[in-house]
Design a protein around this ligand. Structure first.
Ligand SMILES: N[C@@H](CCC(=O)N[C@@H](CS)C(=O)NCC(=O)O)C(=O)O
Length: 210
């Protein structure tokens, strides 16, 4: 089956989402170890795969798909008979799945951490913006603290079973910790539970050490 599935991208908080989903689902695949902001993202071959030049990208037989939340969801919807069900079936659980997916992608990633990525981590490209950085840190704190009230008193973000929403949240919390953003105690405990999971350990080793 390997060769029919390919993931482009290693080394970032977004790329690990694709690898972790593959690991949890027990799928064979090949990796193209393209790293962000390297000449590898500029090649005609990679631009043919993703004209936006961004990682991760998944190819699964005839479909090529970018955007890490979409990749995790596509895999969860497509591979439903594996060891885990990444996207739940039941309508209320599905609604929560998409709510968390959207919250993590928009409020924690795009609006907070990615602003810091641009203006704190890469000011030579995107410019210095100390006010935007400060506002993003404040916004991240406000959102993650508010979300604590919605975090169920159970092992996973959707309750009793692991899902793709845990992949999105955990990888984003890992990014936040690397950017020195404090987490409320329930999310810190959640993060420690999730990162003790064998699937995380295998994907993290592969994503950051290969
Ligand atoms: N929303 C996209 C973001 C993808 C993205 O920005 N990836 C980064 C690496 S984590 C990248 O390829 N950056 C290169 C660039 O912005 O030129 C996702 O979640 O996959």
């Amino acid at each position: 089956m390997s060769g029919e599935r390919i993931v482009w991208g290693i080394g970032t908080a977004r790329t690990i989402r694709a690898h972790w989903a593959m690991v949890e689902l027990g799928l064979d695949y090949e990796t193209r170890p393209v790293r962000t902001r390297t000449p590898d993202t500029e090649t005609p071959e990679f631009r043919a795969v993703n004209p936006r030049g961004k990682i991760p990208v998944l190819r699964d037989r005839e479909i090529t798909i970018a955007e890490s939340p979409a990749i995790v969801t596509y895999l969860g919807e497509t591979y439903r008979d594996g060891p885990v069900l990444l996207v739940p079936d039941e309508p209320a659980a599905r609604a929560r799945y998409f709510e968390w997916l959207s919250f993590v992608s928009m409020e924690l990633d795009a609006t907070s951490l990615y602003v810091l990525r641009r203006h704190w981590s890469l000011p030579e490209i995107y410019g210095e913006a100390p006010i935007a950085n400060e506002a993003s840190e404040g916004y991240f704190a406000r959102m993650i603290n508010a979300a604590t009230e919605l975090l169920p008193d159970s092992p996973f973000i959707l309750g009793e079973v692991f899902s793709g929403a845990d992949i999105l949240m955990t990888t984003t919390l890992h990014w936040a910790i690397n950017y020195n953003q404090p987490l409320p105690a329930p999310f810190q405990a959640y993060f420690e539970r999730m990162t003790a999971r064998p699937g995380w350990l295998e994907a993290a080793e592969f994503n950051w050490r290969s």
